[in-house]
Write a protein that binds this ligand. Structure first.
Ligand code: ADP
Length: 500
């Protein structure tokens, strides 16, 4: 690799006596950039076509791995949002009146087109977001398509999904999504809303608008009736306009706890429905009878997948004391084989940090960990000169009170703590304002069930981590939010019920 500097932003240490495996040299295997065409600038997608923003404002979206501009994006203002909501409102009655199997047909079409155009989307997702192409290709795209397939199947079975209740659509849904899984979060939001007969106004995150804008092309290709899906781009101000618009019936938000709380305050007393999927600080708990090598893979996947930009990331590792040394040495050895670099290279395991702002946040929390007395380890690795990067990091000697054990870092940073008994593990794992997910590694089925019943988390994975399926509901407790996405549960927020 040319163009590199010696990386870690904080001093790296070698694993204590852990043998470093022979390093492999990989020839670069970059995916072709020209698989997808990026326009110089984009408008807003309202009523089935791109229109110029009334606000006349635009901003530049970049490739975070190179700090290079990709396109000029519209910053929708109040009048733009009003136009999108009006269009969605006008389109809604006809969409709701369609035969449910017809609605399903459109969703099936979208799913199939996403599959057909998966390579295009994967390249775009990695360029605009910084995530490794291996992940956008093998995780984001298949799961996004699967979501549309899954909810297409429910569209004509709503009365079976909720027996003895007569479901009807809520109306117009305002949907605001984050930058960590841009297309997948769009699918999580749009598929159930449309299956239930609603129309939508969706805003992608300001740093990652491009896959949502390419999705507009899929919507046109599927010949979805104009106005059923409207995409408005812009930053938090655009999001706030959607939230406060009086003619939106339901808000679905995924993002930070801070903004989630502000939205909840803004909606208080308005009668609008709300679901929030917010932050997390998940415990990944490894017992001494666990299959240790598998557990180490799960730990690595839990925290370094998507650079740790994952709300359900296993960012707190709890290791039973008797296997602590073994786990740490295996973990450090495994970390030394992670390949950090070009998101478009098919060998890359850890890509770029999504934005300068996020990099600064990670750097400052890591600094606080060092200052509070935790011991840091980063495998020796070279980071590219340009772009936003952070080496995979693990902290040992962490006290529960440290910020790195309490606050969501949303980066490739793991904090390791220990426990002796299952009760102690539960107590420590639940000692967080969040409650989105958890992992348990043990050979004992009874222990899995016991832990799952005691952990205050919306999802508990057993002997695996970060596993998703459209049929499985996902959502949090406490400051991780409320409402569920996925599964039959994911339809409910988009439906109102009359007595049968
Ligand atoms: P993150 O930590 O993922 O950047 P944010 O909560 O800041 O989380 O962003 C998630 C989404 O919420 C983005 O689409 C962002 O533009 C939007 N957003 C930010 N501030 C507001 C707000 N005050 N009201 C509505 N949406 C907002």
């Amino acid at each position: 690799m040319t163009d590199v500097k010696d990386a870690p932003r904080v001093p790296a240490k070698r694993a204590d006596k852990a043998p470093i495996p022979a390093s492999w040299d990989y020839a670069p295997a970059p995916e072709a950039k020209d698989l997808v065409k990026i326009e110089d600038h984009y408008g807003l997608f309202i009523g089935g076509k791109f229109v110029e923003p009334i606000s006349k404002q635009r901003y530049t979206t970049i490739d975070p791995s190179r700090e290079e501009p990709l396109s000029e994006i519209a910053q929708a203002g109040k009048a733009d949002v009003a136009k999108a909501v009006r269009t969605a409102r006008e389109a809604q009655p006809r969409w709701a009146k369609l035969k449910p199997s017809e609605r399903a047909k459109y969703l099936f079409r979208i799913a199939r087109i996403l599959q057909e155009r998966a390579r295009e989307f994967a390249v775009l997702e990695s360029r605009n977001g910084g995530k490794p192409i291996r992940e956008s290709r093998d995780v984001d795209l298949p799961l996004a398509a699967a979501h549309f397939f899954y909810y297409a199947g429910w569209a004509d079975k709503l009365e079976y999904a909720f027996p003895n209740r007569k479901p009807r659509p809520v109306g117009v849904a305002g949907q605001i999504i984050p930058w960590n899984f841009p297309l997948l979060m769009l699918a999580w939001k749009i598929a159930p809303a449309l299956a239930a007969g609603n129309t939508v106004v969706l805003k992608p995150a300001e740093t990652t608008p491009l896959s949502a804008l390419l999705f507009c092309d899929v919507v046109r290709q599927a010949e979805l009736p104009p106005g059923v899906v409207n995409i408005v781009t812009g930053d938090g101000r655009t999001g706030a306009e959607i939230v406060s618009h009086p003619d939106v019936d339901k808000i679905a938000f995924t993002g930070s706890t801070e903004v989630g709380k502000a939205i909840q305050r803004a909606l208080a007393g308005s009668g609008k429905r709300l679901t929030l999927e917010l932050g997390g600080k998940a415990a990944n708990i490894v017992f001494d009878d666990a299959p240790l090598d598998q557990a180490v893979e799960g730990i690595v996947n839990g925290i370094y997948f998507n650079q740790g930009h994952v709300c359900c990331a296993g960012s707190r590792l709890f290791v039973q004391e008797s296997i602590y040394d073994t786990i740490i040495s295996k973990l450090k050895r495994r970390m030394s084989t992670l390949r950090v670099g070009d998101p478009l290279d098919k060998n890359t395991d850890v890509g770029a940090i999504n934005s300068k702002m996020q990099l600064d946040k990670i750097t400052s929390l890591v600094q606080s960990g060092i200052e509070e007395g935790a011991e840091i380890y980063q495998p020796p690795c070279k980071l590219p000169e340009r772009g936003y990067w952070f080496a995979p990091t693990v902290f040992t000697n962490v006290a529960q009170s440290y910020r790195i054990a309490q606050e969501e870092i949303f980066g490739p940073v793991l904090s390791v703590l220990t426990f002796r008994t299952p009760d102690e593990a539960v107590e420590k794992a639940n000692n967080t304002p969040y409650g989105l997910s958890a992992g348990v590694w043990t050979e004992k089925g009874s222990r899995i069930l016991l832990m799952a019943s005691k952990l205050k988390a919306g999802v508990v994975w057993a002997n695996t981590y970060n596993r998703f399926d459209p049929a499985s509901p996902f959502g949090g407790y406490k400051e991780s939010g409320f409402g569920r996405e996925g599964g039959r549960h994911g339809l409910e927020p988009y439906l109102a019920f009359d007595e049968a």
